[in-house]
Design a binder for this molecule. Structure first.
Ligand SMILES: [Fe+2]
Length: 207
């Protein structure tokens, strides 16, 4: 089960720039990128990777969803313990705070839960256009004061642009430095593997 219920997402959606745009890359490529642990240190080296305690990064693959989460380097920028279930506390380091919860529900929906609220991503296929995706982004705010700092602390705009740029580069071909190759890492690539399996099951296994 995802960490959130749809009823926990507040009604106050705020207008954001480019809430709907056509971006380069197939929708599955965008999803795979979202689920890829390695892309944090690569694509987001100057944004997320600087503020997240990368060693605490966790991937939890559930039957029908995937959760990725991590502690923040600066506890002032994380969730208060009472805002999340107790299992997100590190009992040996009670000062640690969760930076964000990234929930993915297949095939193409992500809820990114930050201390300021929810950032929703949907990657929609475009008919007869396999090399582009219609990206929808919505913000639902629980704390307006924190939301004012969504770019400064939680890197919202920067991270979004980095992902879009990387997918554009990846589309340019195998020479791209973003086109990762090499051995599969069972520890670190659980979520991407989970997504491949999910697609396989939906296409080839009978229910
Ligand atoms: Fe990303």
């Amino acid at each position: 089960m995802p960490t959130f219920s749809f009823s926990s997402i507040p009604d106050n959606r705020v207008p954001i720039k480019n809430k709907e745009e056509v971006v380069d890359g197939n929708w599955k490529q965008h999803v795979r990128n979202y689920l890829d642990y390695f892309h944090i240190k690569g694509i987001h080296a100057k944004s997320f990777a600087k503020v997240v305690d990368i060693n605490s990064y966790r991937t939890e693959c559930n039957p029908h969803s995937v959760l990725q989460w991590a502690y923040t380097k600066d506890p002032a920028h994380g969730f208060e313990p009472h805002e999340l279930p107790r299992r997100f506390q590190d009992l040996n380091h009670l000062e640690k705070r969760v930076y964000a919860l990234w929930d993915f529900i297949p095939p193409n929906f992500a809820s990114n839960h930050y201390p300021w609220g929810y950032s929703i991503n949907v990657w929609m296929p475009i008919k007869n256009n396999p090399i582009q995706t219609r990206l929808y982004r919505y913000h639902y705010v629980t704390d307006m004061e924190k939301y004012e700092k969504k770019d400064e602390i939680w890197k919202d705009n920067e991270v979004n642009l980095e992902d879009i740029d990387a997918m554009r580069e990846a589309l340019r071909g195998a020479k791209s430095r973003f086109a990762r190759r090499g051995p599969f890492s069972p520890d670190k690539e659980q979520a991407a593997h989970w997504f491949h399996r999910w697609i396989y099951k939906m296409m080839f296994e009978k229910y």
